[in-house]
Design a protein around this ligand. Structure first.
Ligand SMILES: [Zn+2]
Ligand SMILES: [Zn+2]
Ligand SMILES: [Zn+2]
Length: 160
């Protein structure tokens, strides 16, 4: 099974097995033709274990190996973006957030304007919009659609 690995990759793979890192991560990188490096494995692990969109700073703070610096996280995320392994999500604040595209169904988010809590909106009814864009001759259409509101606990606090 591992015969297609070169020596360097085999070394990384051995490290992964030793540190009980999810073998999926290795496959994901391979499929996207991304070179397998320790920072990529580690950042993917963080992204896989996170349900909500996260900022580069949050990713960095969850990395176990502190030798991986912020610049590396930025570079890695950009490489992942290029391969559409992550999407960037804009909640109209000063931070860009990122989320894996694999491993989960297409969905949107709602952010509480007071406490910043993020929840998923699972329904998406954009078929007609996409169709309209296609009729205009567009291809490879993606969309980003985020919602903002005040969550129930925050609304209750406002009343008291
Ligand atoms: Zn999400
Ligand atoms: Zn809230
Ligand atoms: Zn959608």
């Amino acid at each position: 099974m591992l015969t297609y690995l070169d020596e360097k990759q085999e070394k990384v793979f051995t490290i992964m097995i030793k540190s009980t890192i999810d073998k999926d991560i290795f496959v994901i990188l391979k499929e996207r033709r991304l070179r397998i490096t320790y920072p990529r494995i580690e950042i993917l692990r963080v992204l896989k274990s996170t349900r909500n969109p996260v900022t580069v700073l949050e990713i960095h703070s969850k990395i176990r190996n502190k030798k991986i610096d912020l610049a590396t996280v930025y570079r890695t995320i950009n490489a992942f973006l290029e391969k559409q392994l992550v999407t960037d999500i804009d909640f109209k604040d000063e931070f860009k957030r990122y989320e894996l595209t694999i491993d989960r169904d297409h969905h949107h988010h709602i952010v509480c304007k007071i406490c910043g809590k993020i929840e998923n909106i699972e329904n998406c009814f954009t078929d007609k919009m996409v169709k309209e864009a296609e009729e205009k001759g567009y291809q490879e259409i993606t969309h980003s659609l985020e919602f903002f509101g005040i969550c129930e606990p925050c609304s209750n606090k406002k009343l008291h």
